[in-house]
Design a protein around this ligand. Structure first.
Ligand code: GLN
Length: 305
């Protein structure tokens, strides 16, 4: 298939939508991002890549980091992790508090904020003060890229305004579903969210999930085949919060979005994809990114359905 031509067509077709939606501004440092950017990268199993747009521009991975931390927690704890977080779609916004209260402090899934904070808490139980170092090292290993770093300004900015995430952590603690010091865990969570990567790097990083848990290039295994299947299933059903159904309907791939404007997606046994465009739709997912992925699966027929 001529993927480069398909990417060119997609870029032309998404151009009229580049000024729709809004960048995330509840994290003040993210509001400064140039809003009309677009990039998309595909990575095949032999390492061949196809890119369009600003695929070398770093952006804040935000909630895409939740895929990596969940992967790590699943490989450390196995099924026991589901005592701490569920695996059902929430049908609620990513930062919602209400459901967490009536479900006794057990977050619905690892990809909403409460669930991801609970996962970081579980990593903290294992790694203590070295938790962030281990998270970023794991992302470096998975990406086969040892140059990654987090953005201090974005981290600080989110920390200074992180009232809602602190509330989620406090609520979980009040129900006994939180093991460590709230402040330390929240700081680690914000740091993982402020890691910066390009579409080129993120697309490469997701390849192991398209290949049953093994990086097809380095042959390193990160999770078992069964765990890789579960991660993909949860990305499909929960990766886009209360728009996960929309995403499955229009795109038809396991995927995970972040408020930095990135979306990663997996075409099982074929490739991994990352798209970036900072303006978000009302659910907090990249507006043009979602459209670009929809165009991609329509044009190529690469959907899991
Ligand atoms: N760091 C963001 C937050 O906790 C991540 C949210 C997201 O990307 N959806 O609010």
């Amino acid at each position: 298939m001529d993927y480069q031509s398909i990417l060119k067509e997609i870029k032309l077709e998404i151009e009229p939508f580049l000024s729709e939606g809004n960048v995330a501004d509840y994290i003040p440092a993210l509001a400064k991002v140039e809003p009309n950017q677009f990039a998309m990268t595909l990575t095949l199993f032999d390492g061949t890549t196809y890119s369009i747009g600003c695929s070398d521009t770093k952006f804040s991975i935000q909630s895409i980091s939740k895929v990596f931390t969940f992967t790590k927690a699943l490989s450390l704890y196995g099924k026991k992790i589901y005592n701490k977080v569920g695996k059902e779609p929430s049908g609620n916004p990513f930062n919602s508090l209400v459901q967490l209260e009536y479900e006794n402090g057990i977050p619905r899934n690892p990809f909403i904020n409460a669930g991801a904070i609970a996962i970081t808490d579980s990593l903290f139980t294992h790694y203590e003060r070295d938790t962030f170092d281990n998270i970023i090292q794991f992302i470096k290993d998975i990406s086969n890229n040892y140059e990654l770093d987090y953005n201090e300004e974005v981290w600080r900015s989110e920390y200074e305004c992180g009232y809602r995430n602190s509330a989620l952590a406090n609520l979980m603690k009040s129900f006994g579903n939180f093991e460590n010091d709230i402040e330390s865990v929240i700081k680690t969570y914000f740091k993982q969210c402020s890691i910066e990567m390009t579409t080129f790097e993120l697309s490469r990083a997701m390849l192991f999930l398209a290949n049953h848990g093994v990086d097809p290039i380095t042959q390193k295994r990160f999770v078992t085949q069964s765990q890789a299947k579960r991660i993909n299933a949860i990305m499909l059903t929960c990766g886009h919060y209360d728009a996960s159904g929309e995403f499955a309907f229009h795109v038809g791939l396991p995927g995970k979005s972040g408020v930095g404007g990135g979306i990663v997606a997996v075409v099982p046994e074929v490739m991994s994809i990352c798209v970036f465009s900072p303006r978000l739709n009302s659910w907090g997912n990249s507006l043009v990114g979602t459209k670009a992925l929809e165009l991609f699966t329509t044009k190529t027929g690469h959907s899991i359905f």
